[in-house]
Design a protein. Structure first.
Length: 241
């Protein structure tokens, strides 16, 4: 694909001093945005919490375990609730959950702050574990097929939930879904810094900027399957579930 096929539009070209002056103006706004995020995080830390059943059971590699055991002895737990399309092939699994959940890889920094990360998948363990293996993910993986209703409390899969434990008691402290899960996806943060952005239809971009991705899952798919799957197939991994 040549440059003309991507887009005929580019930003105005200027000298470095003028460019730096414009960038400096933007950096003032970015710093304010960062400070606003800090203030929201401070408010998040002051939210009340709600008790959840520490004995709620999920299925892991060694069979049933309790929510309390998922903490692995740490004080806090972050869980991504991964959507599952029962009976569907790997290519038809949730492209959004694959995008977000698949970018959480290095857990040592979380562990150093007494935080465990885990995935609770909507589907049965054996089938969904094969998907985890196909994708090359090594995060702790559990099936919440039987306990999902109790843990979700009327919400749906495709969300991020934070828990804290106090001895043998477990509390939910925060949850978010939709764009609230973007904290899991450094790819989006990096794309937001590029001149063309995410290239999604909803973005406010100048005329002529590429906008090839929609908002109904297509932004996470390529040639009929979740984008990240192509690298796994190319490496010779089987997607048979």
């Amino acid at each position: 694909m040549n440059d003309e096929a991507i887009t005929p539009a580019l930003p105005e070209v200027t000298d470095r001093d003028t460019w730096q002056s414009e960038l400096d103006k933007l950096l003032v706004r970015e710093k304010a945005h960062t400070r606003a995020g800090d203030a929201i995080a401070a408010a998040r830390r002051r939210l009340p919490m709600v008790a959840v059943d520490p004995a709620a059971t999920v299925i892991g590699p060694d069979g049933p375990v309790t929510l309390l055991e998922v903490f692995e002895g740490r004080r806090q737990l972050v869980v991504y609730y991964h959507m599952w399309h029962a009976g569907k092939a790997a290519a038809e699994q949730c492209e959004g959950c694959t995008f977000f959940n698949g970018q959480v890889r290095e857990l040592s920094y979380l562990h150093s702050r007494d935080v465990t990360y885990a995935t609770f998948c909507q589907g049965p363990y054996a089938e969904t574990e094969r998907y985890r293996a196909f994708m090359g993910w090594d995060v702790p993986w559990y099936s919440a097929a039987e306990s999902g209703d109790a843990l979700l409390a009327g919400r749906g899969f495709g969300m991020l939930v934070c828990y804290v434990r106090d001895g043998g008691r477990v509390y939910e402290t925060y949850w978010n879904g939709g764009r609230g899960t973007e904290a899991m996806a450094p790819s989006y943060g990096l794309l937001d810094m590029t001149v063309f952005g995410r290239q999604e239809h909803w973005e406010d971009s100048p005329d002529g900027w590429p906008k090839q991705w929609g908002e109904s899952g297509g932004q996470f798919r390529k040639d009929g399957r979740p984008t990240a799957q192509w690298a796994r197939l190319a490496a010779g991994h089987s997607d048979v579930l």
